[in-house]
Design a binder for this molecule. Structure first.
Ligand SMILES: *Cc1c(COP(=O)(O)O)cnc(C)c1O
Length: 396
């Protein structure tokens, strides 16, 4: 089939909920994707922060293929071989206690919300608990996750959402304090806001929220779906802040392409929340997903992925700062590690992205005016130079 035939077929039969860029991806190799016309794209989007290891990593592919040959799916009514080790790895690297595997980010948020409500319910037996979420946050599209997503454009057509959600301003501790009542059971936020425009939490804010949670026995839920798995130069972004969440959500790079998410609980929360009958999933944590998780952690260790991000990120930041200096249409850079945003002014960010794609560079947007870069975590300085060259062409 020809490129336009794939596009026409998709538009005819797939519900139109995305305005897709006019290219059809055929395969990937390293940090490049190739379309059906054979054109190469340097990928600084990585399937939206998913493909941390780059494309066609041999160790990863081998592990996933071996699991395909053994068994892809086993229900949660039975034990399976890779699940325990995948959970052990995730628990050990986070210093947390128990893992529940899901199929996506939004499902891990649903689980985290249920954990928070159950924790509070066990304390006082009441059903009127509240959760504080942040304006400009993004936690997913299912109704619970949407309810804590601080974006009225995403929410309005789907109301009524779940009740008891209050919103505060990110990086404004007083606004969080103002929303706390004796019904508050959790505060949920991204450690680095992604979709909302690439805003890292300040140290004072995250520490302040942690202190508030300790004071009032409120659970701190940190959404690490985008900023986690090494993207900021620590395995989890909160590890740079000296605070620990009670509940953490993961997805995206956790499976590096195989759909898998997780919510991870500390000991206190694990011991006082979900029990048999409270929560379940058919696919969640199946052998294919857990084999992928195991392979991801093994590749991270073997290739020193997180150390590489920490070492290389200053170079990316320096190069982007130079662009901000040079081009009037770039107002600022924000971000941490390999999660970076450039604020575009005077022209639509979509126009810059389209030009970048024409020049063989995949980048995406965040918020209304931010050009977002969430590349594979294995990019080198040469890849960064190639990105800058292509982005400059798009800006000129
Ligand atoms: C992508 C994302 C989600 C939702 O994950 P899905 O797998 O798309 O459901 C939730 N939170 C954050 C921070 C995300 O970036």
């Amino acid at each position: 089939m020809k490129t336009n035939e794939y596009m026409e077929q998709t538009e005819q039969y797939v519900l139109h909920t995305y305005n897709r860029f006019p290219l059809v991806i055929d395969h990937g190799e390293g940090v490049h994707l190739y379309d059906t016309d054979g054109k190469a794209y340097l990928d600084f989007a990585a399937g939206i922060a998913v493909y941390a290891l780059g494309y066609s990593n041999d160790d990863y592919k081998k592990a996933v293929k071996e699991q395909v040959d053994k068994v892809i799916h086993v229900s949660n009514l039975f034990y399976n071989v890779p699940m325990g080790s995948a959970a052990e790895k995730l628990a050990k690297v986070s210093g947390m206690d128990k893992v529940f595997f899901t199929n996506s980010g939004t499902e891990s948020i649903e689980g985290a919300i249920k954990v928070a409500r159950k924790y509070a319910y066990l304390k006082d037996g009441s059903n009127d608990h509240e959760i504080i979420a942040m304006n400009h946050s993004f936690h997913g599209r299912s109704l619970g996750a949407l309810s804590v997503t601080g974006n009225t454009h995403y929410q309005d057509p789907f109301k009524p959402l779940i009740g008891g959600i209050k919103f505060a301003d990110f990086n404004d501790l007083e606004s969080v304090k103002a929303q706390i009542t004796d019904k508050t059971c959790a505060i949920i936020m991204e450690t680095v806001q992604g979709e909302g425009g690439i805003y890292p939490a300040t140290k004072e804010f995250l520490q302040g929220v942690r202190d508030l949670c300790d004071e009032h026995d409120i659970l701190l839920i940190l959404d690490e779906i985008q900023c986690g798995m090494g993207r900021t130069g620590k395995l989890f972004a909160w590890q740079d802040y000296g605070v620990q969440p009670d509940v953490m959500t993961c997805a995206k790079a956790l499976g590096c392409g195989v759909p898998v998410g997780a919510f991870v609980l500390n000991k206190k929360t694990a011991e006082h929340s979900l029990v048999p009958g409270d929560h379940g999933t058919t696919y969640g944590g199946n052998p294919l997903a857990c084999a992928a998780v195991n392979a991801v952690f093994e590749c991270y260790e073997k290739q020193h992925v997180v150390e590489h991000v920490a070492e290389t990120a200053p170079y990316l930041e320096k190069k982007l700062d130079e662009l901000v200096e040079k081009y009037d249409c770039l107002a600022a850079r924000r971000g941490k590690g390999f999660m970076q945003g450039l604020v575009v002014t005077g022209r639509p960010v979509g126009e810059v992205i389209n030009r970048a794609i024409e020049n063989g560079l995949l980048v995406i947007s965040a918020g209304s005016d931010v050009l977002r870069m969430v590349p594979p975590l294995v990019i080198t300085k040469d890849d960064i130079d190639e990105m800058i060259e292509k982005l400059e062409k798009a800006l000129q």
